[in-house]
Ligand binder design. Structure first.
Ligand SMILES: NC(=O)c1ccc[n+]([C@@H]2O[C@H](COP(=O)([O-])OP(=O)(O)OC[C@H]3O[C@@H](n4cnc5c(N)ncnc54)[C@H](O)[C@@H]3O)[C@@H](O)[C@H]2O)c1
Length: 275
């Protein structure tokens, strides 16, 4: 059954100390939800809790923080258990914990790739496995999975990241089919660049990515809340005209989309090297 509103809903948000996760927690709190923030960054969690409290001081919903590494199954189980202590329910799980590293795949080590897959995909998987029993008992609940437009596109210098986000997309799509008729819903979110700490990393690879952020975390959070209430399966947020165009071409002709992106990447490389 679709959530009608967020008043007194229990919402778990991974990656809740920063960016999209934090903005979603603030928006949920404003709507009367209890928010359970999970993050690997304990200082960040403390600051986030304070920010959320100050953002909506008159709201009575609980704010709980649980230091959690989403790659660790037992920590994720403890997180979901803590959420159930609020009122015996879990209404919403938002999986926003994630990392984004770029660079040509030649320079990307197996350990870096494995770590990104563990956080972006296995972290999502652990949350689903751990929250599902309560949602099945309730015969209701909703997941929100942060994929990315990189989960729909071929993005040069982001091949590893793309793999993790396509994994989230494939997993969530199959999961929706598997949960059909159970009352449990899932929304997969595919944003283009969002102005969060993730895109401000000082690495050479990030500098070469041509990032133009046209979305704020607050916009994404508001869109997420609406999409949950409407039980939408796909929330694609691509205000950048070039990204929107490639998503459209990708739908109709994936080979053509790959070719166009590849040509543009090659031309940029040639301009930079002067060849
Ligand atoms: N910012 C963008 O442009 C953008 C675009 C599309 C999708 N996304 C996705 O949205 C999600 C949120 O990204 P953001 O932009 O808010 O980034 P962010 O860096 O602001 O927040 C990510 C949070 O995840 C936490 N985290 C990292 N590893 C963790 C782990 N192992 N366990 C628990 N927490 C962990 C970090 O500490 C951080 O607080 C990510 O999945 C990201 O891939 C971001």
């Amino acid at each position: 059954m679709t959530l009608k509103n967020f008043n007194e809903a229990v919402a778990v948000i991974t990656g809740g100390a920063s960016g999209i996760g934090l903005a979603t927690a603030k928006a949920l709190r404003t709507q009367g939800a209890h928010v359970v923030l999970a993050d690997i960054n304990s200082n960040g969690l403390r600051q986030a809790e304070q920010q959320i409290r100050e953002y909506a001081p008159s709201q009575k919903g609980q704010i709980v923080t649980v230091m959690t590494d989403v790659t660790n199954e037992s920590q994720v189980n403890a997180l979901m258990q803590r959420a159930l202590e609020i009122s015996g329910r879990t209404d919403l799980v938002v999986t926003s914990a994630g990392v984004g590293h770029g660079g040509t795949i030649d320079l990307f080590s197996g350990a870096e790739m494995q770590s990104m897959m563990n956080i972006n995909f296995m972290g999502t998987y652990h949350c689903v496995r751990s929250a599902l029993p309560a949602m099945r008992r309730q015969q209701r609940g909703h997941f929100v999975f942060l994929s990315s437009v990189a989960g729909k596109l071929a993005s040069p210098l982001l091949s590893g990241y793309c793999a993790t986000k396509w994994a989230v997309r494939g997993f969530s799509s199959a999961l929706r089919a598997e949960l059909y008729g159970t009352g449990i819903g899932a929304t997969t979110v595919y944003p283009a660049w969002v102005d969060t700490p993730m895109i401000h990393q000082e690495t050479e690879a990030m500098q070469s990515l041509n990032i133009v952020a046209m979305l704020t975390p607050e916009q994404v959070a508001n869109e997420i809340l609406n999409a949950v209430l409407e039980d939408r399966s796909d929330l694609t947020l691509a205000p950048n005209p070039d990204i929107a165009l490639i998503i459209q071409i990708m739908k109709d002709n994936p080979d053509k989309a790959e070719q166009l992106v590849g040509e543009s990447y090659m031309r940029r490389g040639q301009q930079q090297t002067g060849h």
